[in-house]
Write a protein that binds this ligand. Sequence first.
Ligand SMILES: Nc1nc2c(ncn2[C@@H]2O[C@H](COP(=O)(O)OP(=O)(O)OP(=O)(O)O)[C@@H](O)[C@H]2O)c(=O)[nH]1
Ligand SMILES: [Zn+2]
Length: 363
Amino acid sequence: MRLGPTPVERLARARADLRMGVPVVLGGPSGGLVFLAAETLDPARLAQLTAMAAHLTLVITTRRAATLKARAYDGDIARLRVPADASPGWVHAVANPADDLKSPMKGPFQSLRGGDAAPHRAAIAITKSARLLPAVLTMELSDPAAFAAEHGLTMVLLAEAETAIQASSPLNPVVSARVPLDVSEAGRVHVFRPEDGGEEHYAIEIGAPARNTPVLARLHSACFTGDLLGSLKCDCGPQLRGALAQMGREGAGVLLYLNQEGRGIGLANKMRAYSLQDQGFDTVEANHRLGFEDDERDFRLGASILKQMGFSQVRLMTNNPAKLAMLAANGLTVTERVPLKVGETGHNAHYLATKAAKSGHLL
Ligand SMILES: Nc1nc2c(ncn2[C@@H]2O[C@H](COP(=O)(O)OP(=O)(O)OP(=O)(O)O)[C@@H](O)[C@H]2O)c(=O)[nH]1
Ligand SMILES: [Zn+2]
């Protein structure tokens, strides 16, 4: 075995590079591209790339293109030609909807069609997984390996990236320890670490739930604002505490705390979504304007942790039918849905109604 990084490890490096504004090279079957996240693009690197290439391309998702009224010829993404005199401000404004209402006219855009959009699609997926806005500046390369070596850049092969993006990284148990909780003195926290350098996830086990009967379970997605700050915009805090309290009352249960903040878009993007909500958009529209789908979570994580802990049957506390379907599709038996209706406030009534109307949440 070589000591050097595996494809999955190179992808983890690529995510860290993108977050810092360092370009990443994608090698395709014939040529490839170098790309930068639009969000972290700095003026010096834009000037360098502009000097190197006849033209640059800005790739956005079709969700974002719809708001910008730009044509999308590549299914879920659109490739826009970058004007020769484009400033960093232009790139940021196309990527980030913050000022859409203040300065609506950014176009007209010239969308590219034909050619191979697979590397562009992979670049968007890698950038999303780095929890950055899904918009990337790209330059075509005829010899990606030589370019990466010359500039000391991380290079990932397209096929390897595509495989790693589809796969769910294995999650390994790291440690577990007793933590007495107010809901039950018999609390235990387990930490799981993915092999792809992503966020760790936790399981909070209450009591000693039997492995051969259905366990009272909750899949909770991290919500910094709701869980910790007591935000009134959502129902996460009361749901977290309500679920733990019920497990305490029944004497047994397992709550998975999945670090998929903001339905998988990260806290910075969730705060961008909140800003858009203050401009009048609902929770789903805000995600779309940012270029994301309504829900970017990987629901396979929860199933993987439950199975590793030895559970095969659950009584799931949720109002979200997607979670029920996901567990069933990943080998768990959901014997019962336990509704979790707590924490409705004047501030979150519209949010909860939108989730019911647009995301199929059960009331
Ligand atoms: N993008 C985005 N995420 C939000 C918003 N409000 C809350 N969230 C996130 O939504 C997630 C809530 O997840 P869950 O508690 O699993 O709730 P759920 O999918 O609605 O399903 P159940 O609560 O099980 O019925 C958390 O990650 C929050 O951070 C929002 O307006 N935009
Ligand atoms: Zn929340």
